[in-house]
Design a protein around this ligand. Structure first.
Ligand SMILES: Nc1ncnc2c1ncn2[C@@H]1O[C@H](COP(=O)(O)OP(=O)(O)OP(=O)(O)O)[C@@H](O)[C@H]1O
Length: 262
């Protein structure tokens, strides 16, 4: 039996900090689970603020619905069962092993009907799936930056939320692990029908792996569509102030050539 496809809707949504609106009145056409969505845009566009708002970590106004259910008003623990956020900042240098860190994330919002043995199994399976089973017993404070990023991703995906929000999850990873992470998360999104939004600075990676690309600029949606619709020379000029060509290679993938600053 295939998993239900989760849905996220965001309407008239505003989020920011005391005395500072970063995103005002933003609406997103339905984000469907089962495939990857990229959130791209220049520095300070509001990507992290939007994701942290959607994750219920900072105060926001407007509507955020998951599977038709409004999340505003839910308790923090009920909210966290629907939405999981992987922050840009890597895990604290705490005295836990990678396995214990994943297990503690699972214990924070234990899925209904799962035993402690199920949670332990799920923690190990997640590490194996990401190709870091050999790091299970390694202390977090002895990992490299990339290894800590993988441990943080393992904490997020082990929780099996309806909506997974990942803030630059590949920024510290080498080429092989970038591809590994994109393919594991894409497969999980398909298997679980999970809504999955990645903040990415690497637009080529977004174009290659994501079905939908949302471009945020100054807290507004500047483009939203398939990679071919959203990633265009006009978007690069308007949003990033750079001259770029967008072509397709023989495999049909979008290729980006940045020629310089405008
Ligand atoms: N805690 C905070 N208090 C006040 N303003 C903040 C806070 N965090 C971020 N900002 C401001 O909000 C704006 C958006 O920041 P945000 O981190 O959401 O951007 P971003 O698109 O994720 O950027 P980047 O690509 O550089 O990570 C910026 O102008 C930033 O200075």
């Amino acid at each position: 039996m295939s998993a239900p496809v989760h849905r996220l809707s965001v309407a008239d949504y505003s989020v920011g900090y005391p005395g500072r609106h970063v995103v005002s009145g933003l609406s997103l056409p339905l984000v469907r689970g089962g495939a990857l969505t990229a959130l791209v845009g220049p520095n300070a566009a509001g990507k992290t603020t939007l994701l942290r708002g959607l994750a219920g970590l900072i105060r926001s106004q407007g509507s955020i619905e998951v599977d038709g259910r409004e999340l505003h008003g839910l308790s923090a623990s009920a909210y966290a069962r629907h939405v999981t956020y992987m922050p840009q900042a890597l895990p604290q240098r705490v005295a836990l092993s990678v396995y214990e860190a994943v297990l503690s994330a699972l214990h924070a919002t234990p899925p209904e009907g799962t035993s402690k043995a199920d949670l332990r199994r799920r923690a190990f399976e997640t590490l194996e799936r990401l190709g870091i089973g050999d790091l299970a017993l390694a202390p977090l404070d002895r990992l490299s930056g990339g290894q800590r990023q993988l441990a943080s991703l393992a904490q997020a995906i082990a929780r099996q939320p309806s909506v997974l929000l990942l803030d630059e999850p590949t920024s510290a990873l080498d080429l092989r692990y970038q591809l590994k992470v994109m393919s594991v998360v894409r497969d999980l999104a398909r298997e679980r029908g999970m809504v999955t939004i990645f903040v990415l600075h690497d637009i080529a990676l977004a174009a290659r792996w994501c079905e939908r690309v949302i471009v945020l600029s100054n807290g507004r949606v500047a483009a939203d569509g398939t990679p071919a619709e959203a990633i265009t020379p006009a978007m690069f000029a308007e949003v990033y102030g750079v001259e770029a060509r967008v072509e397709r290679c023989s495999h049909g993938h979008v290729q980006i050539m940045v020629d310089g600053l405008l």
